[in-house]
Design a protein around this ligand. Structure first.
Ligand SMILES: CC(C)(COP(=O)(O)OP(=O)(O)OC[C@H]1O[C@@H](n2cnc3c(N)ncnc32)[C@H](O)[C@@H]1OP(=O)(O)O)[C@@H](O)C(=O)NCCC(=O)NCCS
Length: 269
């Protein structure tokens, strides 16, 4: 079996552009790499080595998986496990990590920007989302990752697991709503999925978009053991995704009802 070391992780992240002082966020499949000596902790430490003592490493540490038995009140920032993989769970449990206080889209971070990234989740200007309108708000880690232009990485998984895509969806929806006369916005907002309201939503085909990004040379790509490693700067991801969504919505949005919503809003605006 392929052996992967902490040094291999560090080198692979440098290969895709991580530099000292960087902010890096990653999603991971641990077993996709082969056998990692030191396990998930070695993955985290390898990325930390790539960004150095002034850098920051973050991961989504998601607890709420839609299960009816889990309500926001049950979220315990200290003890609620991350469901999104062994490396995410190792991040959450790492004694150096700070976790943002959000039941559905929490982030854990280690390093220089960890306090700033995690301290205000849920506050600031809201962006629409199908859950609670606080997950991707102005002061959330997700918006701050964009402000820091974090290197957004995938180890052995596709961009389909990119949590930041929901922030992109929210910004698209927000831009559409802001084109409308103020007194009609709530009417159109209520046609969208929200909490128990079963409306349409701005789900887009991010795996297809990943191919487009690759063709446009916007992805940094390398290997890490047996795994494919992909990185893209968060501002590039947001900006280019929005350009593609705005210029050709029918090519990217998968929910036909949402495409009809776009038409309705465009006619009214
Ligand atoms: C779903 C997903 C986590 C599955 O990946 P995975 O590698 O099978 O699972 P994990 O990363 O949790 O790692 C556990 C696996 O690593 C193996 N493992 C344990 N120690 C290991 C080591 N030192 N080296 C390599 N693999 C090891 C475990 O045995 C387990 O494999 P098994 O289930 O076959 O027994 C991954 O494909 C993925 O999608 N990751 C991103 C998820 C995410 O962030 N989603 C965001 C919300 S959309």
């Amino acid at each position: 079996m392929t052996e992967v070391t902490q040094k291999d992780v560090c080198n692979a992240f440098k290969n895709i552009g991580a530099v000292p002082g960087d902010v890096v966020i990653f999603h991971s499949s641990l077993k996709s790499m082969g056998h990692v000596a030191g396990g998930a902790e070695a993955v985290i430490n390898g990325i930390l080595d790539a960004v150095g003592s002034t850098g920051t490493v973050a991961a989504a540490t998601l607890w709420w998986d839609g299960g009816k038995e889990k309500t926001p009140d049950h979220f315990d920032i200290k003890n609620s496990p991350a469901y999104n993989g062994a490396t995410a769970e190792a991040m959450r449990k790492d004694v150096r990590a700070l976790r943002s206080n959000h039941y559905s889209h929490s982030v854990s971070a280690i390093g220089a920007k960890a306090v700033d990234l995690t301290c205000e989740h849920g506050t600031g200007k809201a962006y629409p989302d199908p859950w609670n309108e606080t997950a991707f708000s102005e002061k959330s880690p997700w918006t701050k990752l964009i402000e820091y232009n974090a290197l957004y990485c995938f180890i052995g998984c596709t961009m389909n697991v990119c949590t930041l895509k929901h922030r992109i969806e929210g910004e698209f929806v927000q831009d559409m709503l802001e084109r409308l006369p103020e007194d009609t916005r709530m009417f159109y907002r209520q046609k969208l999925r929200y909490k128990r309201n079963p409306g349409c939503w701005a789900v887009f085909d991010i795996e297809k978009m990943q191919q487009k990004f690759a063709e446009e040379h916007l992805l940094a790509q390398s290997t890490l053991g047996n795994a494919k490693l992909i990185g893209i700067r968060s501002q590039t991801l947001l900006t280019r995704a929005k350009e593609l969504l705005v210029s050709d919505p029918a090519n990217w949005f998968v929910d036909k009802a949402f495409l009809a919503w776009i038409d309705e809003v465009s006619t009214t605006a």
